[in-house]
Design a binder for this molecule. Structure first.
Ligand SMILES: Nc1ncnc2c1ncn2[C@@H]1O[C@H](COP(=O)(O)OP(=O)(O)O)[C@@H](O)[C@H]1O
Ligand SMILES: NC(=O)OP(=O)(O)O
Length: 310
């Protein structure tokens, strides 16, 4: 049993969407985290927030108007709320699982901000879909306000925002201190609250950061041994959904780059996971990035399952 640092990135399936779904889904995530801790790992967790931030944004900016003191809630504030909402359930689910197993280890959620570049190309090409389905009239009204929308295959519309690359994790020293104090830490949820550095101030940005890229940066900054990305598939595939689909086991960073060139990974879903994995393993010695599902979390951490980039 070795004490390795693992950064776990939890995807949509680990969280569900609604309050009851999230309560149940986080229990499975908690079991996976407890398995890793029993295996000797020091664990930091990051997570998705797409459905949750959309829900919060709608609630704050549509139903919120019912309050006489209503003011607009920007995306950065909704991101902060999503960290609290998800961290609350996740933190408690892990705490309960630890008590059941006789593990003594505090769990903390850190409200985390991630610095982005105001000139990131992503602002010219927003692609992160958020919020409810809009009618054509509502979509036009959003565009008049300067927001971007995309038309769905079934004819509806949804808002899209930029997904700029994470540059720096503001609260990294807090995360490090908690990890060094042997706590389980939930950090950079939803990729972190996107902020721009303006002099001595941090200014919230209207964006959503890819949580896989932020988890990768967190793993790099913490000098972790493993980046464990838990998603909805046990393995990454080549030729996904085709007759000649091939599930990938252990691959090199060079292989992964070649498959990116071949457009094997969908942007906004598998591509950021692979990019995060490559970047993480190339910035340190003896590291592994593993992409698998929740059911194989422990085997993935032990590099016995999933797609492993090393
Ligand atoms: N080459 C690929 N191999 C496996 N899955 C892929 C690939 N390209 C795209 N995907 C899709 O990526 C999805 C996982 O990404 P996403 O839904 O964003 O997950 P998460 O919320 O877990 O981060 C899979 O369910 C699969 O449909
Ligand atoms: N922030 C983020 O990447 O969330 P999703 O994984 O839900 O898109």
């Amino acid at each position: 049993m070795s004490e390795k640092i693992v950064v776990v990135a939890l995807g949509h399936r680990a969280l569900g969407t609604t309050l009851p779904e999230q309560k149940i889904a986080t229990q499975a995530a908690a079991k996976a985290v407890a398995d890793l801790v029993e295996d000797g790992a020091k664990v930091v967790i990051s997570h998705s927030n797409g459905p949750q931030i959309g829900m919060i944004h709608t609630a704050m900016n549509e139903f919120g108007k019912a309050h006489p003191d209503y003011t607009f809630a920007p995306m950065s504030v909704c991101s902060a709320m999503s960290q609290g909402y998800i961290g609350y359930d996740l933190q408690n689910a892990i705490r309960t699982e630890f008590i059941k197993r006789g593990i003594y280890k505090p769990v903390a959620t850190v409200l985390t901000q991630t610095v982005i570049d105001p000139y990131d190309d992503a602002f010219a090409d927003p692609e992160k879909i958020i919020g409810r389905v809009l009618t054509e009239e509502e979509a036009e009204a959003e565009e008049e306000k300067g927001n971007f929308v995309t038309k769905l295959p079934d004819g509806g519309y949804r808002r899209i925002v930029a997904a700029p690359k994470p540059q720096k994790i503001v609260e990294i020293e807090t995360v490090r201190a908690l990890l060094n104090a042997d706590q389980v830490v939930i950090a950079a949820g939803g990729g972190g609250i996107p902020v721009l550095e303006q002099g001595i101030n941090l200014h919230g940005a209207s964006a959503i950061i890819e949580k896989d890229l932020a988890a990768g940066l967190l793993a790099e900054e913490l000098n972790a041994d493993t980046l464990l990305i838990l998603t909805s598939v046990e393995n990454v595939s080549l030729n996904l959904g085709k007759a000649d689909e091939q599930k990938l086991g252990s691959i090199s960073a060079a292989d992964a780059k070649k498959y990116i060139e071949e457009n094997q990974f969908a942007s906004g879903s598998m591509l950021p996971k692979i990019e995060a994995g490559i970047s993480f393993i190339e910035k340190g010695e003896g590291r592994a990035a593993v992409i698998t599902d929740m059911a194989h979390a422990k085997e993935g951490y032990e590099e016995k399952a999933g797609t492993i980039i090393r």
